[in-house]
Design a protein around this ligand. Sequence first.
Ligand code: MBD
Ligand code: FE
Length: 284
Amino acid sequence: NGRRPEGPATTATVLAQLTEQVVASFAQAPDARLRDLLSGLVRHLHAYVTEHDVTESEWSYAIDYLTRTGQLSSPTRQEFVLLSDVLGISSAVDVLTNSRTPETTPSAVLGPFYVEGPPEAEHGSDISAGLPGTPLWVDVTIADTTGEPLKDAVVDVWQANEDGFYDVQLPDQEGPVLRGRLRTDADGRLTFWSILPSHYPIPGDGPVGQMLDAVGRHHYRAPHVHFMISAPGHRRLITQLFVADGSHLDSDTVFGVKDPLIVDFASRTGPAPAGRVPDGEWRQ
Ligand code: MBD
Ligand code: FE
């Protein structure tokens, strides 16, 4: 930055005044929450550029980076959710959410690959449409916070394929696969066939991948299945279940693994539910 003739103390004073001026500019905001959030944002960002003595070229790089993050790399995908995820901000907001409303099963981050209105799936049906992979029989019971099974809960599920790609990432995939919407039965239960999810490299061809590479971080999420559970009169629960013998449980790139969400996807062989006879191993 070169020499500052007026000295650092003067610069600090000018900066502090600037911060207070901007914060004061929000004082009349009719929405108190908006005022607090914007004031806090400005305080933190001013402190950030000050502490790190950020240069104009660094700040314009940052703006260009965020601009690229917001650009569509495909018709449905830009990378702001992903950036929030790899910086642990999504997980921080999730921890706050969960601490406010302690659940029997913890929540987990939504991620960038939920698609509204997944196809309706029958109990016992196969949401993998015969894709290659280890067959997975999912049999879960949804209960309320008192442990009472919940009937007629709407449960959206989604996951990646054997190579770690979601349907929307596959150029040759027409329409949804490895997604479904099921309703719990009178016992709060739901069952379906899928395939075992594998560890998964988050999209690496955009600004987020560039940042991970620049700092030498790997791109992997631990294998997981997503759930979004809704029922009238209940808070919605968004969560994930992680495969206990999966990789990257300790180094999930979005910091999304919680111990109670790691479950045994037990190995089985032989005849399976819903009249299936898988060739080799299947999981439950
Ligand atoms: C995913 O599949 C995911 O679930 C999250 C949270 C972030 C990136 C990719
Ligand atoms: Fe995911």
